[in-house]
Design a protein around this ligand. Structure first.
Ligand code: HEM
Length: 94
């Protein structure tokens, strides 16, 4: 089992775009083998600060996801138009 924690800081005013893109990625992941669940969390004191937690039962499926062209398109869009800084992530294996 793998759990990924990703911290995202969004440019003020882009929160809705970020949430919609997250929902689109989640919809695609729903049919992905090895993906268990992903959740978007928003910091109470700062609504431009988010965390994504993502659970995977299959490490190879997770690696295939982050190396996919579809995900590369999301991260490129994110870097160019949505995010104030580079996301920080932590991977927990358990
Ligand atoms: C279910 C949704 C998502 C999951 C599970 C997820 C997961 C991840 C993971 C694991 C990484 C690190 C990849 C690596 O180590 O190479 C990453 C990086 C990144 N993600 Fe997400 N992400 C999600 C949604 C999004 C969305 C909606 C955006 C759009 C703003 C985004 C933008 C990025 C960017 C810009 C990076 C950094 C890429 C780089 O440094 O080259 N992600 N994400």
């Amino acid at each position: 089992m793998i759990t990924v924690g990703m911290n995202y800081h969004v440019i003020a005013g882009k929160q809705q775009d970020f949430k919609e893109k997250f929902s689109a990625v989640l919809a695609a992941l729903r049919t992905a083998k090895g993906h268990t669940s992903s959740t978007l969390w928003n910091e109470v004191a700062d609504d431009t600060s988010y965390m994504i937690t993502s659970e995977w039962s299959d490490e190879q499926a997770f690696l295939d996801f982050i190396h996919s062209q579809a995900f590369k398109d999301v991260t490129t869009w994110g870097k160019e138009q949505i995010l104030a800084s580079r996301p920080q992530h932590k991977i927990y294996k358990h």
